[in-house]
Design a protein. Structure first.
Length: 154
């Protein structure tokens, strides 16, 4: 069991970290808590996966749901998140800009452009309509373009 968890961890931790980073805006303690909590759930419930693709999708959705629920918690609404630039994960410039998008655009853009999911796959994973995902991607790209062009003008 221990080696199985280690393998799961190695295959999924970087992806989970990036998703948590997006939601928690670089707060390292919240990111680490989220990853630990999700792996504790896997161990407690003895979760197994049908395939590597099923595993990848499960961890993306579980991480996304955990982060959304954590952000909704009353405690997080009453305090500011820490943002320690020194501890920030290594990201490309575009991902850093994605971090500044409104919440509803972050996850679909990350899943589509960084993880390679199709719109129909994202819709199933996020339990929403495929057209909504297309709309989020379109609007998110427009916002990214505005943000990038705004940076170039500075």
């Amino acid at each position: 069991m221990e080696s199985y968890i280690e393998e799961l961890y190695e295959r999924n931790v970087d992806r989970m970290y990036k998703i948590c980073f997006i939601f928690f805006k670089g707060n390292i303690s919240n990111i680490e808590d989220a990853i630990q909590s999700i792996f504790v759930k896997v161990m407690e419930k003895n979760i197994t996966f049908e395939s590597l693709e099923h595993e990848k999708a499960w961890f993306i959705v579980a991480t996304n749901n955990y982060c959304k629920n954590k952000i909704k918690h009353w405690w997080n609404k009453n305090k500011e998140l820490d943002f320690d630039v020194e501890e920030k994960i290594k990201t490309d410039e575009t991902l850093e800009i994605v971090l500044n998008l409104p919440e509803k655009y972050k996850t679909p853009i990350y899943m589509h452009y960084y993880e390679g999911y199709s719109c129909s796959e994202i819709a199933k994973l996020l339990k929403t309509k495929e057209n909504t995902i297309y709309s989020y991607l379109h609007r998110g790209r427009l916002l990214l373009k505005e943000m990038i062009e705004g940076e170039d003008n500075e």
